[in-house]
Design a protein around this ligand. Sequence first.
Ligand SMILES: [Zn+2]
Length: 61
Amino acid sequence: MAKSRCPRCQHTSFEMQPAAVKNSVYQLYFIQCSACGTVVGVTDDSLHLVTTLLETLNIKL
Ligand SMILES: [Zn+2]
């Protein structure tokens, strides 16, 4: 399987970083190169929100 690489510095390690995005109603996270900080993707915390909601409502799947 091919190894994912940063398009800027070719590093192969990435990290999630909370992102301040103007006018976003959700907390977003950048997926960025852990060496140079180049952003390669973005995600939200919807899984965390759903998990918290299920726990709050005491719903087990
Ligand atoms: Zn990089």
